[in-house]
Design a protein around this ligand. Structure first.
Ligand SMILES: [Mg+2]
Length: 473
């Protein structure tokens, strides 16, 4: 039996934990550069704000309907996510983190009343983190997802399943917040499926759902009763697998050890165009620090660094330029300094003055697993490179490579404890300009030229000491 735990309206819920006044109000969270709505509270959904709708299209609702828009605060959401995930992990032997706000738990062999366990999980996450969740149980992952959808829908619209003869008036289960398909009779599960749109099924996208509708398949129950060979012919084996899962045959397992990423990238569009090389060096160094940390986290070393910068095709008056370069490393590494030095060299090769750069990115490629016994940041193999001024030959016992590894571990530990960028390689550190001080406490330096246009971002309450929430008594 699988459980799917999902935070309701994750980003908005994270904001509400620290700003309770946002409860009950229509709230949206905007993407980088405040371009589009990427999360909506139920009240904002009720106003008709669509997912990914451009902000300028709904901006008028600020005046007319009290819509509140916030800039994305991914540092806060990521931190809240790990708190929620570690609490959920305590309820079952295996957990697969599926997205920032969703995880599967494998309940096989877990004794006790599942609905009670689901309610306890929900209560604990709510009390310890302030995040509201929904929990769905099902014999397959697709059914657990569907049960979660039912739990959420029944909570939001209490009447949505009440009219179904199979569930009322005899049924004693409440489907809201926690829904366990394992406790419903086959008739009740069918009734829930008949009341749910086929587009709500995990893996059935908007296009497939439109084509299914054309063929007369409108509800989940229609899909479950459809002819498998016909579906495979008209759609794909993926749709066929989905139907098998809906019928109760597991085709997907809990994947608690995802494959290490084959490449790790960090890229961003700038709020304001960047023209000068020093600014780009700073950005690319910061991006490279991030990808280096992620490589160390997953125990990988990179064989090469790829860097790109580009102007914006949307700024029509601008001359366009979008160069990139890949620089192989003399030996695979996850050392931030080695990777930044390579990335900056690549950047200097491709940079041309006179362009309005709108985006930059750094990517680690040719990733490979760290050789066993080596610590993160330590090279798998020492290749003496005569042309590499910083090359450090590996020594049999504890040599400079060991010290370098310890340094990277210390850097990660410091940044983990005191917040990102507490310690950084100098070229990645934000340069204080001394000019305009930002009013918000804790921001001592002017935000860099490339900082995204996040004018409505809330403080990073849980990861920056200077931005911690204040209580007045
Ligand atoms: Mg969610």
């Amino acid at each position: 039996m699988f459980a799917l735990v999902d935070v309701n309206n994750m980003y908005v819920s994270c904001e509400r934990v620290f700003r309770p006044a946002l409860h009950g109000k229509p709230v949206v969270v905007l993407s980088n550069n405040d371009g589009a709505c990427i999360a909506r509270s139920n009240e904002a959904k009720d106003l008709g704000v669509r997912m990914a709708q451009p902000w300028f299209e709904v901006r008028h609702l600020e005046r007319t309907a009290g819509l509140i828009a916030l800039s994305a605060n991914f540092e806060l959401y990521g931190d809240m996510s790990s708190r929620m995930m570690s609490l959920a992990a305590g309820f079952a032997p295996r957990q697969e983190i599926y997205s920032i706000d969703e995880c599967f738990l494998d309940f096989d062999g877990v004794p006790g009343d599942r609905t009670a366990i689901g309610r306890e999980l929900r209560r604990k996450v709510l009390q310890w983190t302030g995040l509201p969740t929904s929990v769905g149980f099902g014999p397959t992952k697709t059914l657990a997802k569907l049960a979660n959808h039912v739990a959420k829908t029944a909570d939001r619209w209490p009447d949505s399943y009440a009219q179904m003869p199979a569930l009322s008036p005899g049924s004693t289960h409440s489907l809201a917040q926690v829904c366990d398909f394992g406790r419903l009779s086959p008739g009740e599960v069918e009734a829930a499926m008949a009341a749910t749109d086929v587009g709500a099924v995990w893996g059935i996208g908007r296009k497939t759902s439109a084509r299914l509708n054309d063929g007369g398949i409108r509800t989940v129950l229609d899909l479950v009763r459809a002819d498998l060979p016909t579906l495979r012919r008209q759609f794909s084996v993926v749709v066929e697998k989905t139907v098998r899962e809906l019928r109760g045959t597991p085709c997907l397992e809990v994947n608690d050890a995802p494959e290490a990423n084959q490449q790790i990238m960090c890229s961003r569009s700038f709020g304001v165009p960047v023209t000068e090389l020093p600014d780009l060096v700073e950005v690319v160094s910061q991006f490279t620090s991030q990808v280096a940390r992620r490589a160390r986290e997953q125990g990988s070393v990179a064989g090469a660094v790829h860097v790109f910068i580009s102007t914006s095709p949307y700024r029509q008056g601008d001359r366009q330029h979008a160069p990139s370069a890949t620089l192989p490393l003399p030996q695979p590494s996850a050392d931030t300094r080695v990777l930044i030095s390579a990335a900056v060299r690549a950047l200097r090769c491709i940079y041309k003055p006179g362009f309005n750069y709108a985006k930059a990115g750094a990517m680690l490629v040719e990733l490979q697993a760290q050789a066993p016994g080596l610590k993160p940041g330590q090279a798998r193999q020492a290749t003496l490179d005569l042309f590499e001024p910083d090359a450090e030959p590996e020594e049999p016992q504890r040599g400079r490579t060991g010290q370098r590894t310890d340094l990277m571990s210390a850097l990660d530990a410091l940044n983990e404890r005191f917040g990102r960028q507490t310690v950084a390689v100098a070229s990645a550190a934000r340069r204080a300009t001394g000019a305009a001080e930002v009013a918000r406490a804790g921001e001592t330096a002017r935000p860099s030229a490339h900082a995204s246009r996040q004018q409505r971002r809330s403080p990073r309450y849980t990861t920056r000491l200077a931005e911690i929430a204040r209580a007045r008594a």
